[in-house]
Design a protein around this ligand. Structure first.
Ligand SMILES: [Zn+2]
Ligand SMILES: [Zn+2]
Length: 418
């Protein structure tokens, strides 16, 4: 087994404080963070752009719902008490950037330089720009529709959602029956706003960079090669970034916290990140925004859709992960109040079906056995009472029908009566 340098993964320049939930005293910081998101949306997309017209009301919705969900207590914001934390956070992020990011950025710069010095080649820059904008919207609308179908599925099974969550650390959020629908809607808005902020770097690249039709076959092939490397070292990168999100108070409150502030279901999925955190993941971590737009749209759509599916930890509600898959990944526990695991926490080093083996065969070992990184860095143990609790929850609720049995029986009765 590869030995890992724990010091590198757990280095922190600022103040260390473990966090997994927002509290009333975070409101001033939260409001500032939402204001930064609103400013980024407004400046990047433009004041009358459809993304801004959807994004800004979502920011306002979040500002209004925080006091209602957590209460408000005044405390001087972290950025005023310890402004150096902003620099520390950026330094941490830059130190964690993997080589494929710089290669993708350098190739985009090289492509633009080559387009400029070869004006006689049929680059069709304007046509490529139109295609890129079309792909951007196709990606966003597809994911927004998928999220809306999931919203409908949760609203249709709101009683079931409540029953599951009442057995978990989310009990206080749904104890009052009238809070279930607002909580589901809040999760939907969390996912939508996170997605809008996450796409800002890609949108800016599409707007300001040029792409060449002549170079497209080569740039698409290179994008696939770089993405392959990206997936290989993704768990290393994610563990470090995610550890910071829960151990640096600044990173939690400003970046990662919103990912844990909404119900543990597919509605919140984007790239495992909070609103503002997504901007930095897209701008300072992933190579995807710099790829040819066709490759970028392909990877963004695949990644966001998979991240949504991988966050469906309310069993028995669309989009259902298989029981078996839920038994080989433990990110679920992280959304039910447990700080570790910080990595993807997949463990395929156990008896699994031929079907799961086939479906996961494309993954590199670094993801298939990603739990090993947590085991080495923080002594994580796969077998735990908490995981047995989660599997019991899955066994109890996973196979409930999408339509309640009484209604099915009622429909059959009605049909029998003609
Ligand atoms: Zn987390
Ligand atoms: Zn997550």
């Amino acid at each position: 087994m590869k030995t890992v340098n724990a010091e590198k993964f757990h280095r922190l320049y600022g103040v260390e404080k473990k966090r997994i939930n927002y509290q009333d005293k975070d409101f001033a910081d939260y409001a500032l963070m939402v204001a930064v998101c609103a400013a980024l949306i407004g400046f990047a997309y433009g004041p009358l752009h459809p993304m801004t017209l959807v994004g800004l009301p979502l920011c306002a919705f979040m500002l209004v719902t925080f006091p209602a969900r957590h209460g408000v207590k005044w405390k001087v914001p972290i950025v005023l008490r310890r402004p150096q934390e902003i620099v520390y956070s950026l330094v941490h992020k830059v130190q964690n950037i993997k080589p494929q990011y710089f290669i993708a950025l350098a190739l985009l710069v090289a492509e633009n330089a080559l387009i400029a010095v070869t004006p006689n080649l049929p680059h069709h820059v304007a046509w490529m720009h139109t295609m890129a904008v079309g792909l951007f919207w196709a990606h966003f609308i597809f994911i927004a529709c998928f999220r809306t179908v999931i919203l409908a599925a949760h609203l249709m099974k709101k009683e079931h959602v409540r029953n599951v969550l009442m057995e978990s650390v989310w009990k206080s959020n749904v104890e009052r029956e009238s809070r279930v629908v607002p909580e589901i809607f809040h999760a939907y808005c969390t996912g939508m706003l996170t997605h809008i902020v996450y796409l800002i770097p890609w949108y800016l690249v599409i707007r300001y960079a040029n792409f060449s039709l002549v170079f497209m076959p080569a740039t698409c092939v290179i994008a696939f090669v770089l993405q392959k490397y990206s997936v290989k070292n993704l768990n290393d990168w994610f563990y470090r970034d995610h550890w910071l999100g829960h151990n640096s108070e600044f990173d939690f409150v400003y970046l990662h916290g919103t990912h844990h502030d909404a119900l543990p279901c597919a509605l919140i999925g984007v790239a495992g990140n909070g609103y503002l955190e997504g901007f930095f993941r897209s701008a300072l971590a992933f190579p995807i925004p710099f790829f040819n737009p066709l490759a970028a749209a392909f990877f963004y759509t695949g990644d966001v859709k998979v991240d949504m599916e991988l966050h469906q930890y309310i069993p028995g509600v669309y989009p259902k992960l298989s029981r078996e898959f839920l038994s080989v990944i433990q990110h679920s526990l992280h959304h039910y109040g447990r700080l570790e695991p910080y990595g993807f926490a997949i463990n395929l080093d156990q008896p699994i079906s031929a079907e799961l083996k086939k479906r996961t065969s494309v993954l590199p070992d670094e993801l298939k056995y990603s739990i090993r990184l947590d085991e080495q860095l923080n002594g994580y143990e796969w077998d735990s009472a908490r995981f047995r609790w989660f599997l019991d929850l899955v066994n109890k609720y996973h196979d409930t029908p999408d339509v309640p049995p009484q209604e099915q029986a009622g429909e059959l009765d009605a049909r029998a009566r003609g």
